[in-house]
Design a protein around this ligand. Structure first.
Ligand SMILES: [Zn+2]
Length: 189
């Protein structure tokens, strides 16, 4: 679920233009960005299931993807963003960081811990919609379309003359990139 997360970023950009798009994109993926070094270090891991492919994976990410870790990361990111882009920017960044956990909760098989390190033997969470790839592809596509439309609307109507051409190009590029990221994740697994 890369494309869906980015769709959220594009949608939020439309509502909080003071926050740059890169910051929103990074925020939607922050949990996965932190996941990469832990994956390399062997602290967290990916385990293919059902022969692998799109969404056919159990993700052992009890530090980056526990409920409490996501909450802490979204608070820290929100506080940093608040100092740079003001209160509204801080709230936007913080919600976007946490939105990653919520979207993952819908798609992941039950592999998401409540406490960091899966402490306390609480049940692992995940609604497992990845077991129905077609539903998730449609869901991601809906997020992309929704994000692209909001992004387009935030840029194009206000722009005039040459600026308008740039705005149309920027929002078109966004839609293409989002679609490509979905296609790659579906084909690449
Ligand atoms: Zn994730």
């Amino acid at each position: 679920m890369f494309a869906g997360h980015f769709g959220v970023a594009a949608a939020v950009k439309a509502k909080t233009p003071e926050v740059p798009l890169w910051a929103l994109m990074l925020s939607t993926q922050l949990l996965d960005v932190v996941f990469v070094p832990l994956l390399i270090a062997g602290i967290e891991s990916l385990e293919p299931v059902d022969g692998g492919g799109y969404g056919a994976v159990i993700i052992h990410a009890h530090y980056t993807h526990s409920f409490i870790s996501a909450l802490i990361m979204s608070i820290i990111a929100g506080l940093i963003a608040w100092r740079i882009w003001g209160k509204r920017g801080g709230i936007a960044i913080s919600s976007v960081v946490f939105s990653h956990w919520l979207l993952d909760l819908i798609v992941h098989r039950a592999d998401m811990a409540i406490l960091p390190g899966a402490a306390g033997n609480f049940p692992l969470l995940g609604l497992g919609l990845w077991t129905f790839p077609m539903i998730i592809i449609v869901f991601e596509l809906a997020l992309i379309i929704f994000g692209s439309i909001l992004y387009h609307r935030s840029l194009v109507p206000k722009a005039k003359g040459k600026q308008r051409k740039h705005a149309i190009a920027a929002s078109g590029l966004m839609a293409v990139l989002l679609t490509l990221s979905l296609v790659t994740s579906v084909l690449g697994g």
